[in-house]
Design a protein around this ligand. Structure first.
Ligand code: ADP
Ligand code: ZN
Length: 659
C-alpha cells in the first residue's frame, strides 16, 4: 500500500485564502523557512506554514524548488500574521506580503552590504528632571520579555521622547531589537536627528519613501537581527524581527495609524497585538491619548505614566477664543482683527508664529455666481478644490484634476466663478496683503513632498529665516520650534461637522497638538482659536486646559450611544459602478445579517461619499458588545454572500473613517 506523500503547506504572499501543499525538497524544511515554489507558470517565494493539508492528487503536487538562504520567519511573526489576517478578515497571504516588504527584496544584489548597527545605549544620556526620571524608571522596569502596555501620557514639550529613549536604551542593553513607530513619514526626519544624537548612530528606517535598495538592505538587516534600532511607519510591525524587545508607538492617538487600503488595520492596535503575541512590552506615547487607550487604562489593562510639566522654563501656552460671529469679516478675509494684532505683535517681537488651517489648496469650493452650479468631481461625491500653485482644480479623493474652465459647464456664463472658503494658499494670499513684510512659508503635504522638504522648512524656522508658517495638520505634530510663541487656528470648528463618532475627540486632540507647538522655548506662548461655537465642549475644554473632564464627558457620550470604546463597530461597504447592483447587494447583505441581542446592524445606506473614484458606495454598520468576536461574525456573514466580480465588499473592523 502506498503512503500518501509527505507535503508541506506553503503560504504565498498573494491574496489567497488558503495555503497550498508542496512536496518538500529533501523531504523537509523547517516551519517558517522561506522557499521558492512554482505557481502556475511562475515562481513565487513562500513560507513553510506547517504540514500539508493533504487531499491533493499526487500527480498534481509540485515540489518546493529551493529553500532560500534566509532566516526562517520567526514563530511570533507567523502567529502575528495569522492573527492579523483573522482579525482584519483578510487573506493571510496579503499580510505575509507586508512581512516581506516586497518579495523582490528578498534577493540581495552583488554589492549589497547589509548594515550592522553598533549602538551605544549610553551615547548621550540627557540629564532628566525628577519627574522625567520617575517616568523613565517606570518604563525601564517594564522592559523585560513579558507583554505589557504602558501609556506615556505627557503634556506637549514634557520630554516624552527623552523618556521613552531610556526604555529603548534598556532594550538595547538587553541585546534586543527596539522598534519606534510614527504615524506619518513627514515626522521621521526630525525624530531621526534626535534619536541619532541620543544613540550615536542612525536608526534603521522602514517606510514607503525609502529607495528600493535601502528597503532591501534594511529588510535584511532587520531579518538577520543586525538592525537593533528601527524607526518606521506602521508597516514596520510586520517585519520578521528575530529578537524584538520593545515597541514604542509615538503619537498613539493619531488616526493616521489606520491603514485604509489593502489590509485595513490600525497600527497602534496591531502593535499591542504584536506585543501580546511576542511577549513584548509596548509603550504608547501621546499628549492627547485616544479614548480607546484611556479606556484600557481605566480598565486596568494598561499602565499609566504621566508627565505634567513642560521641560525647562517652558510653560503651557494660554489658549484664547475669538468668537468669529462678533466680526463681520469681508468676503476675502479669514484673519480676524484680534488674530492679526497678535500676529503683528509676535513678528515685531522677533518671535515666530504659525497659522493653522487643515485644508490644502486655495479654496474648497468653486461656484458659478450666475447659476449656483458647484464644480464637482465627476468620480466622487466631492467638490473640487482650487489650487493656485498648479492653476488647477483637484479632487482630494481621487486626484482628478482639471483646468479652471472659462465658462460655467452648466449655464455657459463667462468669468462668473467665485472661490468659496479658504485653504492654506488663500490664507497665504491674505498674509501677503495684511502682513506684507512677514517672511512666511506654506507647510502642507502637497507643498512638502517628503521628509527632506519638511526638514528644510524646519531648518529655516530654526535659523529664523521665517516669521510665519501657514500649514495643515502635518505641522501639528512633533515639531519643536523654540521661538514660536503664537499659534492661530483659522477655523477651529472645521473638524466638528459630519457623522464621525470621534469628531469631537479628534478635534480636541488636533487643536491641543497644534496649540502645543506654541511657547516651547523660554518665552511664554499663546494660542488663538477662531470659532463660531465658543460654547462647544471642545472649545471650553481647550481654554480651560481640562482634558480629563473633556474625555470623561466624551466617554459618557459614547456609552450613551453605545459607541466605541464602550462597544465595537465594523463597517461593510459595498461598491460598484452600477448603482442598482450596489443597492441590491447591500440589501442582500442586510437580509442575511446576524441578529442577536449583542449585535445591531445599521443600514444599508449610501455612504456620505456615495460615489468615490467612480464607484457607488452603500454601507452597513455593525455595532456589537465588546465581548463579541466581530471578526468571526463578519467572516460568516459576508462569506454567505457572493459578490459579482465587478463589485467589492470592503470590511473595516474598528473603522476610523466614516466617509
Ligand atoms: P514631547 O515629545 O513631550 O512634546 P520633547 O521630547 O519633544 O517633548 O521635548 C521637548 C524639548 O525639550 C526637546 O527639544 C527636548 O530635547 C527637550 N528636553 C526634554 N527633556 C530634556 C532633558 N531632560 N534634557 C535636555 N533637553 C530636554
Ligand atoms: Zn474624485
Amino acid at each position: 500500500m502506498n503512503q500518501p506523500p509527505v507535503t508541506l503547506a506553503i503560504l504565498l504572499p498573494l491574496p489567497l485564502t488558503e495555503v497550498y501543499d508542496y512536496l518538500p525538497e529533501n523531504n523537509s524544511a523547517p516551519k517558517g523557512a522561506i522557499v521558492e515554489v512554482p505557481i502556475g507558470k511562475k515562481v513565487s517565494v513562500g513560507v513553510v506554514w506547517g504540514p500539508g493539508k493533504g487531499g491533493v492528487a499526487e500527480t498534481k503536487l509540485k515540489p518546493i524548488l529551493r529553500v532560500l538562504d534566509l532566516p526562517p520567519l520567526p514563530k511570533a511573526s507567523r502567529a502575528f500574521i495569522d492573527w492579523a489576517a483573522q482579525y482584519t478578515v483578510t487573506p493571510p497571504g496579503s499580510v505575509l506580503k507586508m512581512a516581506f516588504g516586497s518579495p523582490r527584496l528578498l534577493h540581495l544584489k552583488k554589492n549589497d552590504a547589509i548594515p550592522t548597527q553598533a549602538l551605544n545605549p549610553d551615547h548621550h544620556v540627557p540629564e532628566l528632571t525628577p519627574e522625567q526620571k520617575k517616568a523613565a524608571d517606570a518604563l525601564v522596569e517594564r522592559v523585560s520579555p513579558a507583554f505589557s502596555v504602558t501609556l506615556l501620557d505627557g503634556v506637549t514639550g514634557s520630554g516624552k521622547t527623552e523618556v521613552y529613549c531610556e526604555a529603548i536604551a534598556e532594550c538595547l542593553r538587553q541585546g534586543k531589537q527596539a522598534l519606534v513607530l510614527l504615524p506619518e513619514i513627514a515626522m521621521t526626519a526630525a525624530l531621526m536627528d534626535r534619536l541619532t544624537a541620543r544613540f550615536g548612530i542612525e536608526p534603521v528606517q522602514w517606510h514607503s519613501e525609502l529607495s528600493e535598495k535601502q528597503r532591501r538592505l534594511n529588510w535584511h538587516a532587520i531579518a538577520h537581527g543586525k538592525a537593533k534600532f528601527i524607526l518606521g511607519a506602521r508597516s514596520a510591525l510586520f517585519l520578521p524581527y528575530p529578537d524584538l524587545g520593545l515597541i514604542v508607538v509615538d503619537e498613539e492617538h493619531e488616526a493616521a495609524y489606520k491603514q485604509e487600503e489593502g489590509v485595513i488595520y490600525h497600527g497602534r492596535d496591531m502593535a499591542v497585538a504584536r506585543g501580546h503575541i511576542g511577549g513584548i512590552p509596548v509603550i504608547l506615547s501621546s499628549a492627547t491619548p485616544s479614548l480607546e487607550t484611556l479606556f484600557n487604562v481605566q480598565q486596568g489593562k494598561y499602565g499609566h505614566v504621566t508627565l505634567r510639566h513642560r521641560y525647562g522654563k517652558a510653560s503651557l501656552p494660554k489658549i484664547d477664543l475669538v468668537d468669529l460671529r462678533q466680526f463681520k469679516l469681508p468676503a476675502q478675509n479669514f484673519i480676524s482683527p484680534p488674530l492679526l494684532d497678535a500676529l503683528t505683535q509676535t513678528i515685531a517681537d522677533k518671535h515666530q508664529a504659525m497659522l493653522f488651517l487643515n485644508r490644502r489648496g486655495y479654496a474648497p469650493l468653486t461656484l458659478c455666481r450666475a447659476c449656483g452650479n458647484r464644480l464637482n468631481c465627476p468620480n466622487c461625491t466631492s467638490w473640487l478644490t482650487e489650487h493656485k500653485q498648479t492653476g488647477r482644480l483637484q479632487c482630494h479623493h481621487c486626484n482628478y484634476t482639471m483646468r479652471l474652465p472659462d465658462k460655467c459647464p452648466k449655464c455657459g456664463a463667462e468669468d462668473r466663478f467665485a472661490a468659496c472658503g479658504p485653504g492654506v494658499e488663500r490664507i497665504a494670499e491674505e498674509v501677503k496683503r495684511v502682513l506684507p513684510d512677514a517672511r512666511f512659508a506654506i507647510m502642507a503635504s502637497d507643498t512638502l513632498p517628503g521628509p527632506k522638504a519638511a526638514q528644510e522648512m524646519v531648518d529655516q524656522m530654526a535659523n529664523r529665516e521665517l516669521d510665519l508658517l501657514i500649514g495643515t495638520q502635518i505641522m501639528a505634530k512633533g515639531y519643536h520650534f523654540p521661538r514660536l510663541t503664537l499659534v492661530g487656528v483659522v477655523d477651529a470648528d472645521l473638524g466638528l461637522a459630519g457623522g464621525d463618532p470621534r469628531a469631537a475627540e479628534r478635534t480636541f486632540q488636533l487643536l491641543q497638538q497644534v496649540a502645543g507647538r506654541s511657547g516651547r522655548g523660554d518665552d511664554p506662548g499663546g494660542v488663538i482659536l477662531q470659532t463660531t461655537a465658543p460654547d462647544h465642549p471642545v472649545m471650553k475644554a481647550l481654554v480651560k486646559g481640562d482634558r480629563d473632564a473633556f474625555m470623561a464627558a466624551e466617554m459618557h457620550e459614547r456609552a450613551a450611544y453605545n459607541l466605541p470604546p464602550v462597544s465595537r463597530l465594523a463597517s461593510v461597504t459595498v461598491s460598484g459602478a452600477n448603482v442598482k447592483q450596489v443597492i441590491d447587494l447591500a440589501n442582500e447583505l442586510a437580509a442575511v445579517a446576524p441578529q442577536t441581542e449583542k449585535i445591531r446592524i445599521l443600514g444599508p445606506a449610501p455612504a456620505p461619499f456615495a460615489m468615490l473614484r467612480g464607484r457607488y458606495r452603500h454601507r452597513l454598520l455593525l455595532q456589537a458588545s465588546r465581548n463579541v468576536n466581530v471578526s468571526q461574525v463578519l467572516r460568516q456573514w459576508v462569506g454567505a454572500v457572493k459578490a459579482p466580480r465587478n463589485m467589492r465588499i470592503l470590511i473595516d473592523v474598528d473603522p476610523y473613517s466614516f466617509l
